[in-house]
Ligand binder design. Structure first.
Ligand SMILES: NC(=O)c1ccc[n+]([C@@H]2O[C@H](COP(=O)([O-])OP(=O)(O)OC[C@H]3O[C@@H](n4cnc5c(N)ncnc54)[C@H](O)[C@@H]3O)[C@@H](O)[C@H]2O)c1
Length: 252
């Protein structure tokens, strides 16, 4: 029980990495508050967390809307008495287009969800943690923040921004007992990855070999990293962007 009685807010908890992390935190005794635009998926995750022995609530949340994120954090504090762990994980791959054809509205959308959404989470999460003696924030970045991913300029920029905000917030709140870290997934078997593969079948083969380790990551392998960064096991770690990518970034 690494996070027993902790209060954990998880965005994007209706599916994929967020869903696996919600279950993992439930298994380790946490009270989990799930924020997502997908109400049916979020409700299913709540049931899974309860089955795993934890407590859980769903709050319909569009992370690109400041008021929604404020409400999500307030619900955690009101229902469970504070905030210990915040996982900013909701994200979208956004439109697929090369630079010359990338529409401004599409660029705004991916940045609004991935970067602005993480900013709102950090802002209100930090406020709640300052009132509660500290905590741990983990955000989902991507290997796309460190490499060139073709056709996804807005996505890459949004994820690089998350790394930068992670370092800044880690510095600003180190003395307040708030640790701030990010994870960099590579190729994870989720619905997002399935969509990406269909959109760009010409690169599917390349994706299959882009991690040095064979195959794709299971979402639970990312959840384990979030559990590590969210719990006291990582008590001296702040400001890092941790690759969890089977060696993706090692390759030429
Ligand atoms: N799957 C991969 O290979 C991979 C690789 C690198 C990074 N990531 C990142 O991991 C995170 C989780 O993605 P996943 O792979 O689990 O995909 P997923 O599609 O299974 O899950 C994403 C979740 O985010 C939710 N969401 C989307 N927009 C939202 C919004 N505006 N407000 C609230 N919720 C919203 C979706 O409803 C969904 O439940 C994302 O930030 C993604 O960019 C994934």
């Amino acid at each position: 029980m690494l996070v027993a009685d902790n209060v954990a807010v998880i965005t994007g908890g209706a599916s994929g990495i967020g869903e696996a992390t919600a279950k993992k935190f439930g298994e380790h005794g946490a009270n989990v508050v799930i924020g997502d635009i997908d109400e049916s998926g979020g409700t299913e995750t709540v049931a899974d967390v309860l089955d795993a022995g934890g407590e859980a609530t769903f709050v319909r949340t569009d992370v690109s809307r400041e008021g929604d994120v404020r409400q999500l954090i307030e619900t955690a504090v009101e229902e469970y008495g504070g905030l210990d762990v915040l996982f900013n994980n909701a994200g979208t791959e956004g439109a697929l287009a090369d630079f010359a054809e990338y529409e401004s509205d599409d660029f705004d959308h991916v940045v609004d969800v991935n970067l602005r959404g993480t900013f709102y989470g950090m802002k209100y999460g930090i406020q709640a943690m300052l009132a509660d003696g500290g905590g741990s924030i983990v955000s989902t970045s991507s290997v796309a923040s460190a490499t060139g991913i073709m056709g996804r300029a807005g996505y890459s920029a949004s994820k690089a921004g998350i790394n930068a905000m992670t370092r800044a917030a880690a510095m600003e709140y180190a003395e307040d007992g708030i640790r701030v870290n990010a994870i960099l997934p590579g190729i994870v078997a989720t619905s997002m990855q399935d969509r990406v593969a269909v959109q760009r079948p010409d690169t599917t083969d390349r994706y299959e070999i882009s991690e040095a380790m064979p195959g794709r990551a299971d979402p639970e392998e990312l959840a384990n990293a979030v559990l590590f960064l969210g719990s006291d096991l990582s008590s001296r770690i702040t400001g890092v962007s941790l690759p969890v990518e089977g060696g993706f970034l090692l390759q030429p």
